[in-house]
Design a protein. Structure first.
Length: 286
């Protein structure tokens, strides 16, 4: 049972982009919204709302097993204003009694280039834990990975546009993979290695999303050889991205030998007055 849960949450820890819960001890100091907007004009040109929050619910088959919240904010890092995108996935109260999970991911991103400066991964799953950090030096073409658990270090060669998984997911939000058969290829870093990642658009689908009504989304399959996620021979994963201006991931579905895992968007908070924030279906869609 615990081995199955370990494999299940290794998927969830990397599936939902930019997730976080309040009260975590961050390495960077958050800026007040007014000061943040005044500090840099770049933030106002982002293709997603600054301060946007999203909650997702994860299911193993039909059984709810975890939840995750999405946040992004401007932070001060080494005297520079940066964007912090965070992930934290937690098991629900019932599953926590059997297999407690508290997984945290954070990507610190340069606002001018939208390239990652630092990526942090802290996982606590049952008795297993790890704490890893990667710093990116794009000018030198190097990424420096370190495990705070084992003390191991590694230097990797990177391409000018290499990103970690979280910054990559946000980078992809304005891309228009709408037509079946369209695809793009990228280089991303995961599990202290660099991988080729291909993103394939399959088809448009309209389905009911929580309390938001019928949302048209494009079904996308990311294909790579990550250890655990998007693995060709061990399972397949699909994401549905909404076709409205927000381009939110509305659903994730993973087929692996041990189970089918589904992640569904539950709520959206932050700036804006669209149907996502209001939590009501569009008048002409329901």
């Amino acid at each position: 049972m615990k081995r199955i849960m370990r494999r299940l949450f290794s998927f969830l820890a990397r599936m939902v982009p930019g997730l976080a819960l309040c009260g975590h001890a961050w390495a960077a100091e958050p800026l007040a919204a007014e000061a943040a907007l005044a500090a840099t004009g770049v933030a106002t040109n982002l293709w997603f709302p600054l301060g946007e929050g999203m909650e997702y619910r994860a299911y193993w088959g039909v059984i709810p097993v975890a939840y995750a919240l999405v946040t992004n904010e401007l932070v001060e890092v080494d005297g520079q204003t940066r964007l912090a995108i965070r992930i934290q996935t937690r098991s629900n109260d019932f599953l926590s009694k059997i297999y407690p999970v508290d997984d945290f991911l954070e990507s610190i991103v340069d606002l001018d280039t939208f390239l990652p400066i630092r990526f942090t991964k802290k996982l606590r799953e049952g008795r297993y834990w790890t704490h890893e950090e990667t710093t990116f030096d794009h000018a030198a073409g190097k990424a420096y990975w370190k495990s705070h658990k084992s003390g191991n270090e590694k230097v990797l060669d990177i391409e000018p546009d290499t990103r970690d998984l979280i910054s990559f997911m946000y980078f992809m939000r304005p891309k228009r993979l709408f037509e079946p058969g369209e695809h793009m290829k990228f280089r991303v870093m995961a599990d202290e290695k660099i991988y080729d990642l291909e993103v394939r658009a399959e088809k448009k689908e309209k389905f009911r999303v929580s309390d938001f009504g019928w949302i048209e989304s494009v079904k996308v399959e990311p294909v790579a050889e990550f250890g655990g996620l998007f693995v060709r021979h061990k399972g397949r994963a699909w994401m549905w991205v909404s076709l409205d201006p927000r381009r939110l991931i509305t659903k994730i579905s993973v087929r692996i030998p041990i189970a089918n895992v589904h992640v569904l968007i539950h709520s959206v908070t932050g700036p804006g007055d669209d149907f996502w924030v209001k939590g009501v279906p569009p008048k002409d869609e329901d």
